[in-house]
Design a protein around this ligand. Structure first.
Ligand code: ATP
Ligand code: MG
Length: 151
């Protein structure tokens, strides 16, 4: 595991981090987005989605739990929000494993499905340190151990 901490001084810095992550994603990768309500998980996920699909105002999958996209490069991009996942057994129905065969997955509230931790993954934790400012802690696993130095 390789770790790194970054200060995101405003929302555009969080979005820029999302754009950087998007450029590094490869088939089979998972980005788990940890953080409290309002920490910036969806803000970051939207930037990833915009970079890869051109979709600027991606909806938050709060009720649908998962929203899937096709990227401009023809990959599947799944954006999941597990806040309302009642039972980890329901995870299979969301098709996140399938998405990984053809693309990549972003997950908000991954703590509700702790067993979903594929090997090539970026665990990213966002914390509000001041109004408008976030601390991002990046933890690279598998392929992402070698990518943490890019940030
Ligand atoms: N540096 C920052 N990075 C990200 N968002 C910020 C930042 N500063 C302020 N914000 C604001 O914080 C809010 C983050 O909301 P967002 O929906 O992204 O959080 P979330 O972690 O997805 O919350 P939830 O758990 O409810 O889904 C937005 O209103 C955004 O404008
Ligand atoms: Mg959210």
């Amino acid at each position: 595991m390789v770790t790194r901490s970054l200060t995101l001084k405003d929302e555009s810095a969080t979005r820029a981090l999302g754009t950087q992550i998007a450029a590094l994603l490869d088939v089979g990768d998972v980005v788990r987005l940890f953080g409290d309500l309002g920490a910036g998980k969806t803000t970051l996920a939207r930037a990833v989605i915009e970079a890869l699909t051109g979709e600027a105002d991606a909806p938050s999958p709060t009720y649908t739990l998962v929203q899937t996209y096709e990227t401009d490069a023809g990959h599947v991009l799944a954006h999941a929000d597990l806040y309302r996942l009642d039972d980890e057994d329901e995870l299979e129905e969301l098709g996140l494993d399938e998405a990984l065969e053809h693309g990549f997955t972003l997950i908000e509230w991954p703590g509700n499905a702790p067993s979903f931790a594929p090997p090539d993954r970026l665990d990213l934790s966002l914390t509000e340190t001041e109004v408008g400012v976030r601390e991002a802690r990046l933890e690279g696993h598998g392929r992402w151990e070698g990518l943490i130095g890019e940030f």
